[in-house]
Ligand binder design. Structure first.
Ligand code: 1CP
Length: 343
């Protein structure tokens, strides 16, 4: 592997000393940037953008040109995996993601098979190779996938949920063996997918478990953490981050799963996160994305609070507690990044 010019993100993830406080932002390439909106218009749709490596590479690099960030993240989506499994993803205007074919019955689930990432998801691998060529060792590149539980939430719902993904939560009680079968297939698909990303050049991988927090603690272990653990184990020596939104006290189990770092959302006090995880993992988080709408003085205070709590913690990565929102003023992001580096 080539030596990176700025490897503070990777060092923090391995709980090694850093030269400066690393920061990156979930969804750092996205709708809050006018240049992103322009490239997406050029691509024609969000999915066309994901599937055109030159354009996906271009939007990956856009936030790095504006802000002094410490990591890049591949521009893609967690729902490209079910798309590759034949569900056909599309984005209806103002409706979020939808599938042409959602999973409606047992037969739909039983006929699913594990896609070959070098075939059905080759565009992601081509994007990674292009990004690495452009980055020239400047910064580490993060690859990612959704957790099997979170991806299954969308597959059984047919897209975003207006409620709380009741279809899958009902299946967890009504037909746990069938749900387990689906999660096993997704686990295999994710292991192949992330290993292909690693082969193509990503330096770390992150699992987005946005909806793991909907589960009871016992179900969380059985239907989400168990599979994420299998995946992180299968990533070998590549550092891994698990982010379960609303993980709460489940952070204890995540910290014992063998991952390198845990993502923490803004509802969890960081000093409590430190206590729960007992220094076993790096911690990433957790500014409320809405704090970027506050006046600078308030934002400054919130940033300082986080840095004060995590001062001298071996392995802290500054991030938001969830993805940045579409209307966020880019100037506030510049202020955030410079403040974190300057404090
Ligand atoms: O209109 C647009 O241009 C599309 C908006 C958008 C973007 C910018 C979507 C649709 N996905 C993405 C990119 C994306 N998604 C990244 C890119 C890398 C980055 O810069 O960070 C990543 C890591 C994701 C991950 C993702 N997609 C998650 C997990 C993280 C999270 O935010 O919770 C989830 C749940 C999705 C599904 C999805 N894709 C897009 C939307 C709007 C959603 C959420 C749907 C919902 O509300 O349920």
């Amino acid at each position: 592997m080539t030596r990176l010019k700025n490897d503070n993100f990777l060092r923090a993830l391995k709980r090694q000393p850093v030269d400066r406080q690393p920061i990156w932002i979930m969804r750092q390439a996205g709708r809050y940037l006018p240049e992103y909106r322009e490239t997406r218009a050029k691509a024609g749709s969000f999915l066309a953008l994901c599937k055109t490596p030159e354009l996906a590479c271009e939007v990956t690099l856009q936030p790095l040109a504006r802000f002094d960030l410490d990591a890049a993240i591949v521009f893609s989506d967690i729902l490209t995996v079910p798309d590759a499994m034949g569900l056909e993803l599309y984005f209806a205007e103002n409706e979020g993601p939808r599938f042409m074919r959602s999973l409606k019955n047992e037969a739909d689930i039983r006929q699913l098979s594990v896609p070959d990432p070098e075939v059905e998801l080759r565009y992601v691998m081509d994007t990674i190779r292009l990004i690495q060529h452009e980055l020239k060792g400047r910064l580490p590149l993060i690859g990612f996938a959704g957790s099997p539980w979170t991806v299954a939430c969308y597959m059984l719902e047919g897209g975003s949920s207006k409620k709380q993904f009741d279809n899958i939560r009902r299946m967890a009680y009504e037909n746990p063996p069938l749900l387990t079968h689906l999660l096993e297939i997704l686990t295999q698909a994710t292991i192949h997918y992330l290993n292909a990303q690693i082969q193509s050049g990503v330096d770390a991988v992150m699992l987005f478990d946005t909806w793991g927090g909907l589960l009871s603690p016992t179900q969380y272990e059985a239907f989400s953490l168990r599979y994420m653990q299998k995946i992180t184990e299968a990533c070998g020596t590549t550092p891994t981050i698990i982010f379960t939104k609303n993980a709460g006290l489940n952070l204890a189990g995540i910290a014992e799963s063998g991952c390198s770092g845990v993502g923490v959302d803004w509802t969890m006090p960081l000093d409590l996160a430190k206590t729960i995880t007992q220094g076993k993992v790096a911690i990433q988080g957790n500014l409320d994305p809405l704090a970027l709408f506050a006046p600078e003085i308030t934002l400054h205070h919130d940033i300082e609070q986080i840095l004060k709590t995590m001062k001298n913690y071996p392995g802290f990565i500054f991030n938001l507690g969830h993805g940045i929102l579409p209307n966020t003023p880019p100037e506030k992001v510049a202020y955030l990044v410079d403040t974190v580096h300057g404090c």
